[in-house]
Design a protein around this ligand. Sequence first.
Ligand code: NAD
Length: 252
Amino acid sequence: MSQRLKDRVAVVTGAGRGIGYAIAERFAAEGAKLVLADLDPKTLEEAATRLRATGAEVVTEAGDLAKQDVAERTIQAAVKHFGTLDILANNAGGGILRPFLDHTPDTLRTTIDRNLWTCIWCCWYALPIMKAKGYGRIVNLGADSVRNGLFDHAAYNAAKGGMHGMTTGLAREFARDGITVNTVAPCVVNTPQLAEVAAVNPELVRKVIDVVPMGRPGEMHEIASMVAYLATPEAAFVTGQVISVNGGTTML
Ligand SMILES: NC(=O)c1ccc[n+]([C@@H]2O[C@H](COP(=O)([O-])OP(=O)(O)OC[C@H]3O[C@@H](n4cnc5c(N)ncnc54)[C@H](O)[C@@H]3O)[C@@H](O)[C@H]2O)c1
């Protein structure tokens, strides 16, 4: 694989499993040094062990990134261990998908915390480092459901829509600092968790796949590939974009 990220330092949030792990794997294969972060210390360590076995330089930070101090510690880990920070992939998140009125106050708050506050705090601590060095790549994992108002996604879309909105605002604010800010918006993706959802709510999974013109979910590597491109120096002129990776679901 090409070494477009050779010696670049990247923080990947929610890297213990799923798309986050696929992004970390891709970054490592392209030569990046990694800080992996996740709420779940067990999957996080397993992910780090697998990547170290491939020769990657990896440190881990476990904790809830919706908490300000955890986000600060995670971003600072890049500076402490590798001396700098070049790339932030805000992937931590995940849906609590149900009709809006079936949410509880707790599931509503968790949805916003997990998908939006994690991103806000990590950007808040990463941007001063990137601005000082005149270089940075921020790539958020948003959701194509923001564009098409997918079934049972209203609360989740409130969080991901906030992330999409912050993308354009930050991109403009830091456009002359060598920093790009973009969002990759997937449709339904073939993760191990999709199978878990299908086991309890096969109807929802069938409906969300049915809206994809290609008639299949995305693959994790197809999402990671777009994230990796946006994280490279060659993507210097792409900023403030929400880029769907969605089998043609939305064509705006
Ligand atoms: N899978 C899909 O179909 C799909 C579609 C569109 C968007 N997305 C988005 O892509 C991203 C990855 O999706 P996935 O399916 O791999 O999700 P996932 O639920 O499998 O993994 C998310 C990871 O983030 C971690 N995480 C969650 N909240 C956290 C917090 N507060 N602090 C630290 N870590 C936290 C989890 O522990 C988990 O390891 C998410 O942001 C998700 O919303 C996924």
